[in-house]
Ligand binder design. Structure first.
Ligand SMILES: Nc1ncnc2c1ncn2[C@@H]1O[C@H](COP(=O)(O)OP(=O)(O)OP(=O)(O)O)[C@@H](O)[C@H]1O
Length: 518
């Protein structure tokens, strides 16, 4: 693929693209920020109004952080792929606009992308979507119904099936890349890691793709030949998360990620996954103790058809994993309660993961400040000696239906609040018992953490940072790989009812390590 020089757009397909200035839009609010946003203030996403029409769009500013390589290959891929995909469940790229001004941050200071000779900005203009699934699910009081989950899942699978038929792998399916509008339509976004594939799967592709919690075992084991099944694993993780109320594989690093997968899905071997022993890092990460598949036991409270579908999506062997088309034919979608009509879904006030994180940060800062400089409570009388204010809990915010006003975000929501069926304000359907996955059983492995301690592939160094190896670093002492400091495990099992919410640094935390592009 030809790479355009810095500041040039090499998009012959549509010469008028890039001819308009970003000044045709009025930026209203930042709604998203790529992982790189913390390093350099590029790649932000804004809600913006087109001045001429008053129409609302989303503007994604393309990061220009490496001028030597010209226009970023990720952006070229994203634009090229989106230009050929036209489907109601795939985000629509409307046009590209540019700005001539030097990059500035939110406060108007000059940008920190010093290496970038081209000082202007390039923006992708998308149709605007009100929510991302992560942001929506994390709203206080949100509780998805079964028909709603079926409706979202069917749209995810329909969009993905369309991508796969058109030989595009998404390679970053996760909640914050599934956008939902107030008509209940769900669309796949963020094709920055996507690429075309050939059906023979003969090309070598990078395995450093897909956000850790949603990354399939083959990639974690170092496979470089793969196909659509990688996306289907991520969909399986999302599906389980929707039913369970929280992420099911919240690993801190790659070895822990694999361990979590093996503990639920069983250890891979030549019987359940022929050829697995040939995958580059299999010998380094194969469990040293037997681990049987426990999916049905852990999620026994799920509906029978849901469990059946989940089983087939979270199949270790990618060649036996269900494809999107077969998933759409699964009984789950054709038995009562049926998926609801997207239009019948509740309308909520706009919620994006970025905004919720920002709000939470704000609240935490305020709390910290208050602790440092205690002020009299603004709405309560000053405390008398011996008195204590009763802590007010934000009440649930039931979603409103039809044309009623949208729901305002509750004031006190934190990612870390207990969630799920027994965690207070559950956001997913109650599923009876909550799994009872007893992580105590994982211990007692004498420092092994479930992994062999074999050396890394010769000449390459460890595939992952050695400090993250369960049993290898300080955390390995307890033997289970879930040492002190691991989020979510101190209060109960991974699938217990008291787990903390999604760590705010986890969704997409691994995009930074990317990567050589293939
Ligand atoms: N069309 C859109 N409408 C509304 N919000 C959007 C739109 N596109 C993106 N966003 C918001 O911005 C966030 C980041 O967008 P996107 O994933 O495309 O950017 P990115 O830089 O690739 O981010 P990341 O590296 O975190 O995946 C999304 O999670 C979503 O909340």
């Amino acid at each position: 693929m030809a790479v355009a020089g810095a500041g040039q757009l090499n998009l012959n397909e549509s010469p008028c693209w890039g001819s308009r200035s970003v000044d045709c839009f009025e930026k209203l609010e930042q709604i998203g920020e790529g992982t790189y946003g913390t390093i350099c203030f590029c790649n932000q996403v804004y809600m913006a109004r087109e001045i001429k029409t008053g129409e609302i769009f989303a503007l994604k500013k393309i990061r220009m952080d490496n001028e030597r390589e010209g226009f970023p290959i990720t952006a070229i891929r994203e634009i090229k792929i989106l230009k050929k995909l036209h489907h109601e469940n795939v985000i629509k790229l409307k046009e590209i606009v540019t700005s001539q001004d030097p990059e500035k941050d939110e406060q108007g200071r000059p940008g920190k992308c010093y290496g970038n000779k081209y000082k202007g900005g390039i923006y992708m203009v998308f149709e605007y979507m009100d929510h991302d699934l992560t942001g929506l699910a994390d709203r206080p009081g949100i509780r998805f119904t079964v028909p709603q989950i079926k409706c979202y899942m069917r749209q995810i699978l329909t969009g993905l099936h369309y991508c796969h038929v058109n030989q595009v792998l998404h390679r970053d399916i996760k909640g914050s890349n599934l956008l939902i509008d107030n008509e209940g339509n769900l669309k796949l976004v963020d094709f920055g890691l996507a690429r075309s594939f050939s059906n023979d799967h003969n090309a070598n592709l990078t395995n450093r793709v897909i956000t850790l919690w949603y990354r399939p075992p083959a990639l974690l084991l170092g496979a470089t030949k793969y196909g659509p099944a990688v996306d289907m694993w991520s969909v399986g993780c999302i599906f389980a998360e929707l039913l369970h109320g929280k992420p099911i594989f919240p690993g801190k690093d790659e070895p822990e990620q694999l361990n979590k997968i093996f503990e639920l899905c069983g250890a891979p071997d030549e019987v359940n996954w022929p050829g697995v022993s040939k995958i580059p890092w299999y010998n380094n990460f194969k469990p040293t103790r037997p681990m049987k598949r426990r999916l049905r036991e852990v999620f026994r409270h799920f509906d029978r058809h849901a469990l059946e579908l989940l089983e087939r999506m979270l199949t270790l062997d990618p060649s036996h994993r269900m494809c999107a088309k077969d998933a759409l034919d699964a009984e789950y979608f054709w038995t009562d309660p049926l998926p609801c009509d997207p239009k019948s879904l509740p309308k909520y006030e706009s919620s994006h993961e970025f905004q919720i994180k920002k709000k939470r940060q704000h609240e935490e800062n305020a709390k910290r400040q208050k602790l440092q400089h205690p002020q009299p409570h603004a709405r309560l009388p000053p405390l008398q000696p011996g008195q204590a204010h009763t802590q007010m809990r934000p009440g649930p915010n039931p979603p409103l239906h039809g044309s009623q006003p949208t729901v305002a975000a509750g004031p006190g929501h934190h990612y870390g609040n207990p969630r799920g069926p027994a965690g207070g304000l559950g956001r997913y359907p109650a599923n009876g018992t909550s799994g009872g996955y007893n992580h105590q059983n994982r211990g007692g492995q004498g420092g092994g953490g479930g992994y062999s301690s074999g050396s890394y592939p010769q000449g390459r160094g460890p595939p992952y940072g050695s400090s993250g190896m369960p049993g290898a670093g300080p955390r390995g002492g307890g033997g289970s790989g879930y040492g002190v400091g691991a989020p979510n495990y101190s209060q109960g099992g991974a699938y217990g009812s008291s787990g903390a919410g999604r760590g705010s640094n986890m969704m997409g935390g691994n995009r930074n390590q990317q990567y050589s592009w293939q």
